[in-house]
Design a protein around this ligand. Structure first.
Ligand code: 5GP
Length: 212
């Protein structure tokens, strides 16, 4: 029997990092290479950036709609980041987990803390660090989708964001995208084999023990 044939609960893979550490590229690569992983698309009140697509990068909404979803308990977690609201819609995550799929979250440390409070046993959290301050600054400027003011604000926030590194299960220093993607895939592969998630193991072993 293959590993995948034994029933297991889906896991929630949270990736956090300061802006510019390469998290978005790593997420995209993980999703492209792993058919069992689906992305949780967050809702946000921030304006759409050039190149972003509604419903793919985010579900963009006004403050009134966001507040309504908070009141309805429609978010698994939500937080204010850089003055805008972000939240993870609960429904699609629960549907994916029920199907035994794993869900990737690109959320900040506040979101990771809330997911840990709700479902610690299903959470695998990874914090991505840039290799140096210079490289972080360079990447933020190269991206150039934000104004200089926003880049400056994000550099200042990066120090705060990075202070939460010790709350995560795994730390990946993103020197090289390929190596970082490989590291996160190894984490995922090992976490999928954890005994606690493999709810079909009990029956599988019983059959082995009976010898039939
Ligand atoms: P950006 O506006 O650059 O796309 O994202 C800014 C920050 O918000 C990133 O650190 C990102 O991880 C975080 N973020 C995006 N979506 C969510 C969400 O649904 N919940 C939380 N807590 N943070 C989010």
């Amino acid at each position: 029997m293959s590993q995948g044939a034994i029933e297991r609960r889906g896991l929630m893979l949270v990736l956090s990092s300061p802006s510019g550490a390469g998290k978005t590229t790593i997420s995209r690569e993980l999703l492209a290479r792993d058919g069992g992983l689906v992305l949780s698309v967050s809702a946000t009140t921030r304006p759409m950036r050039p190149g972003e697509t509604e419903g793919v990068d985010y579900v963009f909404m006004d403050q009134a709609r966001f507040d309504e979803m908070v009141r309805d308990g429609a978010f698994l977690e939500h937080a204010t980041v850089f003055g805008h609201c972000y939240g993870t819609p609960r429904g699609p995550v629960e549907a994916a987990l029920d199907e035994g799929r794993d869900v990737l979250f690109d959320i900040d440390w506040q979101g990771a803390q809330q997911v840990a409070e709700e479902a610690r046993e299903d959470l695998v959290s990874v914090f991505i660090l840039p290799p140096s301050t210079e490289e972080l600054e360079r990447r933020l400027h190269t991206r150039a989708q934000d104004s200089d003011d926003v880049v400056r604000a994000r550099m200042a926030k990066a120090a705060d964001e990075m202070s939460h590194w010790a709350e995560y299960d795994y730390i990946v220093v993103n020197e090289d995208v390929e190596a970082s993607v490989a590291a996160v895939r190894s984490i995922l592969e090992a976490e999928r084999l954890r005994r606690e998630r493999r709810i079909g193991l009990h029956d599988f072993v019983e059959v082995l023990r009976r010898g039939s």
